[in-house]
Design a protein around this ligand. Structure first.
Ligand code: 5GP
Ligand code: MN
Length: 315
C-alpha cells in the first residue's frame, strides 16, 4: 500500500490478506509508514508491519516473497523508502489500483482501472472472480467496505456506480455491521482534532471567489499546538468544496520533510493534471495530491499565481 495509508489502502490490503490466508497462503501486510489511529480497529491491522518501524524484518519478508501485491498506488515512489526494495525484488509483482498513469514497467502483472471507485472494489471483483467467492466473510467485508465507503465519500462521488451499491449489499449479507465501520472511521477522533478544524476554518482559509477556489494552509505551529497526528487532517480539504460555487479546493500542510498539497474539484476541473503539472503529484480527476520543497509561504504564493492561468476553466 502507499505511504500514510488511507481507508482504501489499508482496507484493500487487509481484505486481500484475509482472503489469501483463507486460501492457505502465508501472507504479510506491510505499510511503508505509520497510519491513522482510526484504522486500528480493522481486523488484522495489529499484524500490519510498519516498514519504518521494523525495517529489517520487512526487508526480509520482501526479499523472500514469491508474490507482492501492490495495492492502491501505481508508482513505486508512493511507497517512500520501500521504493528501492520493491524495485530490487525479483518476485512476481501484481498491481491492483485505480489511479491514472501507472508505472507499467514496475509490475509483472496488473489491473489498473480508473473507472473503479476504490481498490477495495477491485479486490472484491478479484475475490468474486477467483472461483472462491464463498470464502467472503465478515472480516473481509469490514475491510473492503471501509475503502468502498471512504473512497466514494460515503457513496456520493461520481464513481459510485450501481456495482458499488451491489457490492455493498453483498458485503452486508455476510452479516457485517456497516454502522460499526462508519463510526469507527468517522466518529473516533479526539477533542483536539475538532478544535483544530475550527481554528483552520476560521483562521487558515481563504476564498478566492474570482477563481471559484478555496484555499487552506496549515502551519507547523498549528500542527504542534493542536497535537495533530497522522490522519487528523484527512477530510479537511472536503470542507472547502462545501461552499456554494467553489470548484477547486486546495490545502497545503507544512509537514516535516515537505509541503503536502491536497486538491479536490467538482465537475470538469482536472486536479490530477493540475497536480502533475505544478506540484509533482497526481491522483484522480477530482482528487489528487502533490508536494513542494518551497516554504509554506512561497508555495501558497505560487499557487495563487498558477491559478490565474486557470481562470476560464474555473468558471
Ligand atoms: P490526498 O489528497 O488524500 O493525499 O490524495 C488524493 C488522491 O490522490 C488519493 O487517491 C491519493 O492516492 C492520490 N495522490 C496523493 N498524492 C499523490 C501523488 O503524489 N502522486 C499520485 N500519483 N497520486 C497521489
Ligand atoms: Mn484508493
Amino acid at each position: 500500500m502507499h505511504q500514510k495509508p488511507d481507508g482504501d489502502a489499508m482496507g484493500s490490503s487487509l481484505g486481500l490478506y484475509h482472503f489469501l490466508k483463507a486460501l492457505g497462503h502465508d501472507v504479510t501486510v506491510i505499510s511503508p509508514t505509520n497510519w491513522a489511529n482510526f484504522l486500528d480497529w480493522m481486523p488484522g491491522c495489529s499484524e500490519v508491519v510498519d516498514f519504518e518501524q521494523r525495517k529489517h524484518y520487512a526487508l526480509d519478508i520482501i526479499n523472500n516473497a514469491e508474490v507482492i501485491f501492490c495495492l492502491d498506488f501505481n508508482v513505486l515512489h508512493r511507497t517512500k523508502h520501500m521504493e528501492q526494495p520493491l524495485t530490487d525484488a525479483k518476485c512476481t509483482k501484481i498491481l491492483i489500483d485505480h489511479h491514472q498513469q501507472p508505472q507499467e514497467e514496475a509490475f509483472t502483472y496488473g489491473i489498473s482501472d480508473t473507472s473503479k471507485s476504490s481498490t477495495c472494489e477491485m479486490v472484491y471483483d478479484f475475490i468474486m472472480s477467483s472461483g472462491h467467492a464463498d470464502l467472503l466473510n465478515i472480516a473481509m467485508a469490514e475491510c473492503l467496505y471501509t475503502g468502498l465507503m471512504t473512497d466514494t465519500g460515503s457513496f456520493r462521488f461520481p464513481a459510485t456506480t450501481a456495482s458499488v451499491h451491489r457490492m455493498a449489499a453483498h458485503l452486508k449479507e455476510t452479516g457485517m455491521n456497516h454502522t460499526k465501520v462508519h463510526e469507527s472511521i468517522y466518529d473516533s477522533f479526539l477533542e483536539n482534532r475538532l478544535r483544530f478544524i475550527g481554528h483552520a476554518l476560521l483562521n487558515r482559509m481563504e476564498v478566492l471567489y474570482e477563481y471559484n477556489t478555496s484555499l487552506m494552509y496549515i502551519t507547523r505551529a498549528d500542527l504542534q499546538k493542536f497535537d495533530i497526528k497522522t490522519g487528523d487532517t484527512e477530510g479537511l480539504v472536503n470542507y472547502l468544496l462545501t461552499i456554494q460555487g467553489i470548484k477547486l479546493g486546495a490545502i497545503v500542510i507544512d509537514r516535516d520533510e515537505e509541503r503536502k498539497w491536497s486538491f479536490r474539484s467538482k465537475g470538469d476541473f482536472d486536479v490530477n493534471t493540475f497536480a502533475r503539472k505544478h506540484f509533482e503529484g497526481g491522483g484522480h480527476k477530482n482528487a489528487a495530491g502533490g508536494r513542494s520543497s518551497e516554504s509554506l509561504e512561497t508555495t501558497v504564493k505560487q499557487f495563487k499565481e498558477i491559478i490565474k492561468a486557470y481562470h476560464n476553466q474555473l468558471q
